[in-house]
Design a protein around this ligand. Structure first.
Ligand code: PEP
Ligand code: MG
Length: 574
């Protein structure tokens, strides 16, 4: 047995396919002054083609895996557009008269060496991204063919020195039993993607394998423990076959729950809806038994394009989702850009604190034109299903009132155009800013429902930027202060008899269930991948018992104590 790093859980048993190392053969080539212009054109074309290709991959990943994983490729585009990287490449061509591919290769080597010197694992892994982007650009400059994977339908375990997200995207997940890489760790983008795709991955075997694995070798790996066996004994294969079979059955069993109601052993019903950002994601949610959509992140309809989506374009997608959701509600959140979500064609001002700045409802209230178009499209879709409107990042009753005034304008326009819509369309707000939680009793009187956005709520309550790796350990959803914000919000909703749901990541974490049981939250909305797992937990517990644990959490003084309590509980149940 060889010990590596467990990077994506699961057990795989099968034959190895070793990905040939892809060494780019870059010949040193000097240019004449007269050729410089042509060389820049060639570089430019290579960049454009690479960018288009990355965009295509990103869109594919968004559908296949999820939007969070697809942002890896936004980072790749950013590298292609990075002024420091690109000016290094251009400088080598211009000053040293070197061919574009030579300049790109030298720039990659330089930056990778620089990142490698850093003492930070995360930054070291970013060097892989630079290599990935650089190799893609080189491929377009040199016309080097892509590595071909086995074409027959025999499943295999992929072995590579390192795997880039771009290589992963070309894999057919149903053919890949598992993956082994020599370099890369838990936080590499490939590991993130492997986890989302459900492919077991072990890594960190550089200098540990002698002899090196050959195509056709029998492999057994465990993506949780990081163990790898090369040509193991039949006992090892047998033991792991049993574990793999157990895991496979669990997946199958979970899928059987798709059509079941999420009811606890003591009869408490939970409504489990999905967070989506596209129609494709909605389809996945339906397959996983979602009872409608608790959060439609509409900003993704505004991305990957050159101009704002028209009323008609938006109407079409909202209608399609509403229609297919049937009786289940579809909560459409109005545009939530700013912070980490930007639109290429709608530049936002540079800000010192973008998360505290011009974003979400603040932009909508500043840009009536844009907001009214979206509200009109949502209203038109409202006759095709059970549609609700939700405003993001609300901090005051004034904002709700101002937004409603524009909603009324949109309604009046539709009246003039003779287009029907639901006059009683429910209008709710996200509770994701401490101000909203602290004044939830006042806001509840101004809207039809609350949805708690714990992702932002946690960052604002704890003053911890949710994007900042350096302080990621301080981002603690189970902090007592967060729990108190949740309680305040739920109590205010109950007092005013409006529905309250949770749509942040906490909803998809089984450790939170005792909190919802104690607080009396029965509506949860989460990523489609989490739905069946959460449903399974709910089906196997008694709400009254969970509520007791939830109550104990409120007596804890530290996030650590709460985490311990909830983790041991979740382990007991799994
Ligand atoms: C949240 O903030 O919890 C939320 C659901 O919205 P987003 O993650 O899109 O900011
Ligand atoms: Mg949010």
């Amino acid at each position: 047995m060889i010990q590596g790093i467990g990077a994506a859980a699961g057990v795989a048993i099968g034959r190895a396919f070793v990905l040939p190392a892809w060494e780019m053969d870059v010949q040193d080539r000097q240019l004449e002054t007269i050729d410089l212009g042509k060389e820049f054109d060639r570089l430019h074309e290579g960049i454009i083609t690479s960018k288009q290709e990355i965009e295509e991959i990103r869109n594919e990943i968004q559908v296949m895996v999820g939007k969070e994983e697809s942002t890896i490729f936004d980072a790749h585009i950013a590298i292609l557009e990075d002024p420091v990287f690109m000016s290094e490449v251009r400088g080598i061509i211009e000053r040293q008269y070197k061919a574009a591919e030579v300049a790109v290769k030298e720039a990659i080597d330089h930056f990778v060496a620089m990142f490698d010197l850093l003492d930070d694992e995360y930054m070291k892994e970013r060097a892989l991204d630079i290599k990935d982007v650089g190799n893609r650009l080189l491929k377009h400059l040199l016309g080097t063919p892509e590595v071909t994977l086995p074409k027959n339908n025999e499943p295999y375990i992929l072995v590579a020195h390192e795997l880039s997200p771009s290589q992963l995207v070309h894999l057919n997940p149903s053919n890949v039993l598992g993956m082994v890489t020599m370099v890369g760790g838990k936080s590499s983008h490939s590991a993130i993607m492997a986890r989302a795709l459900g492919i077991p991955l072990v890594s960190g075997f550089e200098n540990k394998l002698d002899p090196m694995i050959q195509t056709g070798d029998m492999l057994v790996l465990n993506g949780s423990s990081g163990c790898l066996y090369v040509n193991p004994s039949s006992e090892v294969i047998e033991q792991h076959t049993i574990v793999a079979e157990k895991l496979r059955r669990r997946k199958e069993q979970l899928q059987l729950l798709a059509a079941e109601d999420a009811v606890t052993l003591d009869g408490v019903h939970y409504h489990l809806a999905a967070n989506i950002s596209s129609y494709k994601e909605f389809e996945l949610a339906v397959k996983h038994g979602a009872e409608g959509v608790g959060l439609f992140r509409t900003e993704f309809l505004y991305m990957d394009r050159q101009e704002l989506p028209t009323e008609e374009e938006q109407f079409e997608i909202y209608r399609k989702v509403a229609e297919h959701a049937g009786k289940h509600p579809v909560v459409i959140r109005t545009l939530d850009i700013g912070g980490d979500k930007q639109l290429e064609y709608f530049p936002l001002p540079e800000e010192d604190n973008p998360f505290l700045g011009y974003r979400a409802i603040r932009i909508s209230l500043d840009r009536h034109d844009l907001f009214k178009t979206q509200l009109t499209a949502i209203l038109r879709a409202s006759t095709h299903g059970s549609v609700k409107i939700m405003y993001p990042m609300i901090t005051s009753a004034e904002e709700i009132r101002s937004a409603n005034l524009i909603l009324q304008e949109a309604m009046a326009d539709l009246d003039n155009r003779g287009i029907p819509y639901d006059r009683e369309i429910p209008v709710g707000i996200m509770i994701e800013v401490p101000a909203a939680a602290a004044s939830a009793d006042l806001l509840a009187a101004e809207c039809d429902f609350f949805s708690i956005g714990t992702n932002d709520l946690v960052q604002y309550v704890l003053a911890v930027d949710r994007m900042n790796e350096k302080i990621a350990h301080l981002y603690r959803p189970y902090h007592p202060a967060v729990l108190r914000m949740l309680k305040m919000t739920v109590e205010a909703a109950r007092l005013h008899n409006i529905q309250v749901s949770v749509c942040g990541e906490m909803a998809g974490d089984e450790r939170s269930i005792p909190l919802w049981a104690y607080l009396g939250v029965h509506h949860l909305s989460m990523s489609p991948q989490s739905l069946l797992r959460i449903k399974h937990s709910i089906l196997n517990l008694a709400a009254a018992e969970e509520a007791g644990i939830g109550r104990d959490c409120f007596a804890c003084r530290t996030a650590g104590e709460i985490e311990d309590l909830l983790s041991s509980r979740a382990q007991l149940e799994s």
